[in-house]
Ligand binder design. Structure first.
Ligand SMILES: Nc1nc2c(c(=O)[nH]1)N[C@H]1C(S)=C(S)[C@@H](COP(=O)(O)O)O[C@H]1N2
Ligand SMILES: [Mo]
Length: 179
């Protein structure tokens, strides 16, 4: 009996600590966002820098995983279009036809990254609906997303290219693979 009680206490303790660790994302927080790679002026932005810029809002956004699972609904996000930040850094290419070869790689602190292309950001009507957001329903983000995050609000599966704990945007011209 005593052994059974001890075992139950042990199992309970293990479950509790693993749940606590699973939800503790404080180590993933990023406090700076850098814009690097093929740019004229590499930038390192803080939350205060982003707040000084003219912000946009996105409303009524479903958060849908790539699997189709519904991960929730967002009422209002406030942030700066990725396009604005890229224009501020200045895309660096040698020839005008090279713009269309650029990829924008968005990295998080947890070894997660996603890609965007010049064409979808700069050559589509909905290009400025890709937002580096820093507030949700008018409140700062909490540690489950970091100080700032990225979302492509017009995507079918909005969760698939959402980047929580965003830390870096790399501008890179893609080259053909040598065969
Ligand atoms: N940094 C980071 N952002 C991420 C992910 C991740 O693993 N790391 N997962 C993505 C996925 S697959 C989804 S569906 C959404 C929402 O996931 P959540 O419900 O776990 O927050 O976040 C996206 N953003
Ligand atoms: Mo997902």
């Amino acid at each position: 009996m005593k052994q059974l009680v001890l075992r139950l206490v042990f199992i309970g303790f293990t479950l509790l600590t693993s749940a606590a660790f699973a939800s503790d994302t404080s180590g993933k927080m990023s406090t700076e966002l850098s814009i690097t790679g093929s740019v004229v002026h590499p930038l390192t932005l803080t939350l205060a820098d982003l707040k000084k810029m003219s912000s946009e809002e996105v409303r009524d956004l479903p958060l849908i995983c790539q699997s189709g699972a519904n991960k929730g609904h967002i009422n209002k996000l406030t942030g700066i279009p990725l396009k604005t930040l890229l224009i501020r850094a200045g895309l660096l290419v040698k020839h005008p036809k090279d713009f269309r070869k650029l990829a924008f790689i968005a990295y998080a602190t947890d070894n997660y990254w996603v890609t965007y292309s010049w064409g979808e950001i700069f050559n589509r009507a909905d290009g400025n609906k890709v937002l580096v957001y820093f507030a949700k329903d008018g409140k700062p983000l909490d540690q489950s997303e970091g100080q700032f995050a990225l979302i492509s609000s017009m995507d079918t599966h909005t969760g698939a290219r959402q980047v929580k704990w965003l830390r870096k945007i790399e501008v890179r011209m893609l080259q053909p693979k040598t065969e």
